[in-house]
Design a protein around this ligand. Structure first.
Ligand SMILES: Nc1ncnc2c1ncn2[C@@H]1O[C@H](COP(=O)(O)OP(=O)(O)OP(=O)(O)O)[C@@H](O)[C@H]1O
Length: 726
């Protein structure tokens, strides 16, 4: 089976054509009409450099030369094992741009609709050379820090607590749990005493039951039996719809023996009318996303809070971060107006400044509950929970997050042009060549998820045994791709969430909509294709694996210029070990469909860096062909790359390095309104509309939302993105 790409494997080593390297005083060549829309998040100027600034003459001459010898053009290498060729000399760069005007190549010439034979006759001028002119990958000098660890399980059984026997038997028989986790053991008795609390423990340690059990225990004990028409006794606020469904499911199970208490869920994307009808009938434990609850507070006459005894904010720091403060204020005002005393509980694996601030608003004399290990807290040698009256912690403690012991964290430094093939190679390695792997890949925007989902679906995946045109010959029936983001219809979101939850394998491409709280069983790998917006988000993303004592791994993909991000993680006591990009790409040698032409006839040739480069280029070519085969795909790719979120970093130097690499099609100056010749028209318009980068979190971030919560303009400041982005 022939690949559809027009570049012949000879070009794989990257020697066919030269790329533009900016030299002082050298006029830039005209932009290619196509540009290279691939290459991951740091497309911007790097992407522009990667575009095909080549003359037809040069390409044809090179092709003739190597076709004659049926040899691949020689790759310039620094050393035998290096994947990154030496930088161009000034002379070489001059040779590239002096002389006749540069010609560019029409997208039509690369149309995927043309036959293979036609393609062979066309000049091999299509793909930018993947392995040339990449930034050097720095040595990663990561500081080794001692991570904060928590003990997950205790040997204490639920029946040791003073709970209703039916509740205990439901926990044992329906949830199939017998012993408590550390955070449950510490929280349940305190919450049953009626105290407000801040609960912090690592991801996947059982915080949901830590609040659900006390709520159910206390409500079933209310003397005059609760009536459905009484309305809410407990309000549970969560940041995402999927988490709302998940929490509702847990509450529903716990309520099995207490049928007179009615749980209910309200969330965006559902029909308001039917929610109103359910509210009218009565919901006693109400689980909701803040926005939808505010909707009902404003428009549903019969929503009363006079009986509210519990207010629970799960993932409380997220609720604050995403600009929900205004919603929370409306909710608190509505609740306070009708009920004077209630118990408030905030939970999160990352108790941050934000949560503490929120605690200042709504908690009364709160207890801080967390589980720390003995090494972290010398005054607590047995690793018992720490119960304190707030303000509870030093800033060092607040900045360090516990990570599950059985979670192996990795990082890899990959130049922008190689990000896509590296991601694809990693997915193939884990989910095609290894058995029963379930993986989540995080991207920074809905558009990026859509783009990669469609790309992988069309190129890596086969529904039947035989690959369709445009697919790799190795397209696998074993691979399964799913996607989840905030721009999907709710029905589809729910279906995907359920499918991935119940599936043993599969790759879920998603935004941070899946980063918080979701309990998706058997996930083995978490990949972060775009750096998270903060260390806290890093913790929550990787926390989708290694839950409740299971083993899991994570991989963070960074650009060479983002290497310092590893230090930023270390300052929060997060340890990552490096995987070399070469090792990720080397998986391509396990699949003969990536063979370049010259290796085809040499069966016993040893696998070396040159062959890996060649195979990576074959894969990249398939991707580029797919994208360039129609305008819609090109614009989809550009759209995806327009909204790149930068990681939230503390040091000024890191901020500037991230600014230079993370954002796509961004003018050099963040405030500049001029359109650079690397910008797409849409991106240019978006750049002109963007709010000042000084916009900060919360209230200001909401300015980017339209009336109905839709982004009304491109939002690319340093602030957190509005929640609609996820
Ligand atoms: N006592 C227990 N024994 C066994 N499994 C438990 C116990 N408590 C909770 N679990 C299971 O552990 C998993 C993680 O629980 P949960 O989702 O509540 O964690 P979490 O701390 O809220 O995580 P996150 O911080 O990611 O939201 C769930 O599958 C839950 O059913």
């Amino acid at each position: 089976m022939e690949l559809r790409g027009k570049i012949r494997p000879q070009a794989a080593s990257g020697g066919v054509a030269e790329q533009h390297v900016s030299q002082p005083g050298t006029p830039p060549p005209p932009p290619s009409p196509r540009g290279n829309v691939l290459g991951g998040s740091e497309c911007g100027r790097e992407l522009a450099r990667a575009a095909s600034w080549r003359t037809l003459k040069q390409a044809e001459a090179t092709k003739r030369k190597y076709q004659a010898s049926s040899e691949a053009p020689p790759a310039k290498r620094r050393s035998k094992t290096s994947f990154l060729p030496a930088k161009k000399t000034a002379k070489e760069a001059q040779r590239t741009f002096k002389g006749k005007p540069q010609k560019t190549f029409s997208p039509k010439k690369s149309s995927a609709g043309t036959s293979d034979r036609n393609q062979e006759q066309k000049p091999c001028v299509k793909t930018s050379s993947l392995f040339k002119n990449n930034p050097e990958i720095p040595e990663l000098h990561r500081p080794v820090v001692k991570q904060v660890q928590e003990k997950v399980f205790t040997s204490d059984a639920f029946h040791e607590l003073d709970l209703h026997p039916h509740l205990i038997s439901t926990i044992n028989t329906v949830l199939k749990m017998s012993s408590m986790t550390s955070i449950q053991k510490q929280s349940i008795p305190v919450l049953l005493e009626g105290r407000d609390a801040l609960v912090r423990s690592q991801t996947g340690s059982g915080k949901t039951l830590a609040y659900c059990i006390p709520v159910v225990q206390s409500l079933q004990a209310v003397k005059a039996k609760i009536q459905r028409s009484d309305g809410p006794y407990a309000l549970v606020l969560v940041p995402t719809r999927e988490l709302a469904l998940q929490s509702f499911d847990t509450v529903q199970k716990l309520l099995k023996p207490f049928t007179w208490i009615v749980p209910g869920v309200l969330m965006g994307g559902e029909k308001r009318k039917s929610e109103k009808a359910r509210l009218r009938k009565g919901i006693n434990i109400l689980i909701s996303t803040p926005g939808r609850l505010v909707d009902h507070i404003k428009s549903t006459g019969n929503l009363h809070f006079s009986r509210v005894r519990w207010l629970i904010l799960d993932e409380a720091d997220r609720i604050l971060d995403l600009g929900f403060e205004k919603d929370i204020t409306v909710i608190l005002n509505a609740v306070n107006a009708e009920c004077q005393s209630r118990q408030t509980v905030l939970l999160s694996a990352t108790l941050t400044e934000g949560v503490t601030r929120l605690a200042g608003i709504s908690l009364h004399n709160p207890v801080s509950i967390s589980v720390l290990d003995e090494s972290h807290d010398q005054s607590n040698p047995k690793g018992k929970a720490v119960l304190e009256v707030s303000p509870p912690r030093t800033s060092d403690e607040l900045d360090s997050f516990a990570i599950p012991e059985s979670l192996d964290q990795h990082v890899t430094l990959v130049p922008s042009k190689l990000r896509l093939v590296s991601l694809a190679a990693f997915i193939l390695q884990k989910c095609k060549f290894e058995k029963d792997q379930k993986m989540i890949v995080f991207f920074s925007s809905c558009e990026l998820v859509e783009f990669h989902y469609n790309l992988f679906l069309q190129t890596l995946l086969s529904s039947s045994g035989a690959p369709a045109p445009g697919q790799l010959p190795s397209a696998s029936t074993r691979l399964k791709f799913l996607r989840l983001h905030g721009n999907m219809e709710q029905e589809e979101r729910t279906a995907v969430f359920q499918e991935f939850s119940h599936s043993k394998t599969g790759v879920l491409l998603c935004t941070d909509v899946a980063a918080r709280g979701l309990d998706l069983p058997q996930v083995k790998w978490i990949v972060q294709y775009n750096a998270p917006s903060s260390p806290a988000e890093y913790i929550h993303r990787i926390g989708r694996t290694a839950r409740i004592g299971c083993h899991g791994s994570s991989l963070l993909i960074l650009a060479p210029s983002e290497a310092e991000y590893v230090n930023s993680l270390a300052s929060h006591k997060i340890n990552v070990s490096e995987i070399k990009m070469e090792d990720i790409l080397s998986v391509l040698t396990r699949d003969d469909c990536f063979k370049g032409r010259r290796w085809g006839s040499q069966k016993s040739r040893a696998v070396g860096p040159q062959e890996i480069r060649e195979r990576a280029t074959v894969l990249q070519t398939v991707f580029e062909d797919y994208v360039h085969s129609n305008e819609r795909r090109v614009s989809g790719a550009k759209k995806g790359l327009t909204f790149i979120r930068r990681p939230r970093v503390n040091s000024a130097s890191l901020k500037s390095c991230v600014r230079n690499t993370q954002v796509g099609w961004r003018p050099a100056s963040p405030r500049s309104k001029s359109r650079t010749n690397t910008q797409s028209p849409a991106a240019s318009r978006a750049a002109q509309m963007q709010p000042a980068p000084s916009l900060s979190r919360g209230k200001k971030a909401r300015n980017a939302l339209g009336e109905r919560g839709k982004p009304k303009q491109a939002y690319r400041g340093t602030a957190r993105l509005p929640r609609k982005f996820f």
